[in-house]
Design a protein around this ligand. Structure first.
Ligand code: 5GP
Ligand code: MN
Length: 342
């Protein structure tokens, strides 16, 4: 999105698309996080309030700690329910994608979307979105997709449908993607939107408590293991990383979402500006990167680990074994010694 003229044209197009649509599908990215689910539920509930037929289809499940979000039980999980998904896509005249910039992040839904004749809208805050939608409302200046979902709802005149449940979902999206308003991605509009949302009755303390103080005992112990035994600190590279094997995850009864946020802890060490976590999954190693300041972890993830993301928060994957993958990471750090020490 560039000039204000271009923005208002996109908004005008989106408004017409909202007004004209009868059968809508909203899609977050695979393994959705708080922003993806909060954004998707926010736009889903808003359009549903207009008596249109709206479905929220996620490629797969979301962590238990998001199960407090209003109406999340209405989300259709594509990997679990095969039956009516073909039918929903056949009937859809509008598809709204939120919180991702590459079509392959929809995984099992990618082909449905690509083959659909429906009008497609993307609302996202990742850099350089792929061209798989008709109208793209995108800027990396926003803290979260949820912040942009609010802007779209407001600018298209759909704010009249806002209520506590919609506001709570959007607030949760912003809260989780900004590290509770602590990251540099927060900007004046982020706080304006949060303030607007609170006027609709969002209980910020309850949203926080339901999401962050609701973990299992096993998850707390897995965090203990990660910090105490599985974290390596490399002061010469201002880097610290955590590794977790599949066996360790099993020992602590790992459930989806349990390791969410672990990658942020190494950044609390004085002097550390680059952190990573390597998690051994059934078929690959899932990696998350975080940084402070100007070190672009999205570029690092794209260049070396088939990934992407934001400047300070990115992820990727590897099909090597855990040891080889971590050794590759350590070897790479040498090439970035100057960048990490500026
Ligand atoms: P997380 O580390 O929390 O899974 O993801 C952080 C950010 O990196 C997210 O905004 C997400 O968009 C991006 N990201 C994570 N994993 C991948 C990946 O495998 N591929 C791409 N392209 N982006 C990813
Ligand atoms: Mn996001």
């Amino acid at each position: 999105m560039e000039s204000s003229n271009e923005i208002s044209l996109v908004i005008q197009n989106i408004k017409e698309a909202f007004d004209n649509a009868k059968n809508i599908i909203v899609i977050p990215h695979s393994y959705p996080d708080g922003d993806a689910i909060g954004s998707a539920l926010g736009i889903y509930l808003t359009l549903k309030a207009t008596n249109k037929k709206v479905s929220l289809i996620s490629p797969n499940g979301f962590p238990d700690f998001l199960k407090c979000l209003p109406h999340c039980d209405e989300i259709i999980l594509a990997n679990k329910t095969k039956s009516n998904i073909d039918d929903l896509f056949n009937k859809a005249d509008l598809i709204i994608c939120v919180d991702f910039n590459m079509a392959n992040r929809m995984e099992n839904l990618e082909n449905y979307v690509k083959q659909s004749k429906a009008l497609k809208i993307l609302i996202d805050h990742h850099p350089e979105p792929e061209n798989f939608c008709d109208y793209i409302y995108q800027t990396t200046q926003a803290s979260s997709a949820a912040e942009l979902v609010f802007d779209v709802i407001e600018k298209t005149g759909y704010k009249k449908y806002m209520n506590t449940e919609i506001a709570t979902n959007i607030y949760a999206g912003i809260m989780t993607d900004t590290g509770c308003f602590s990251y540099s991605s927060s900007n004046p509009n982020t706080f304006r939107v949060a303030s607007e949302l609170m006027k609709y009755g969002v209980n910020a303390d309850i949203v926080y408590d339901s999401i962050y103080n609701n973990f299992s005992f096993d998850r707390m112990r897995l965090l203990g293991l990660s910090l105490n035994e599985k974290m390596t600190y490399l002061p010469e590279y201002k880097t610290a990383y955590i590794t977790l094997s599949a066996k360790e995850l099993k020992n602590y009864s790992f459930k989806a979402g349990d390791t969410e946020g672990f990658v942020n802890y190494p950044l609390s060490i004085k002097g550390v500006i680059f952190s990573a976590i390597f998690i051994e999954k059934a078929n690959n190693i899932k990696i998350s990167f975080r940084s402070k300041g100007s070190f672009p972890v999205n570029k690092f993830a794209i260049d070396h680990f088939n990934g992407g993301g934001h400047v300070n928060a990115a992820g990727g994957e590897s099909y090597e074994n855990l040891n080889d993958c971590v050794n590759k990471f350590i070897a790479l750090l040498k090439n970035y010694e100057d960048d990490l020490n500026t």
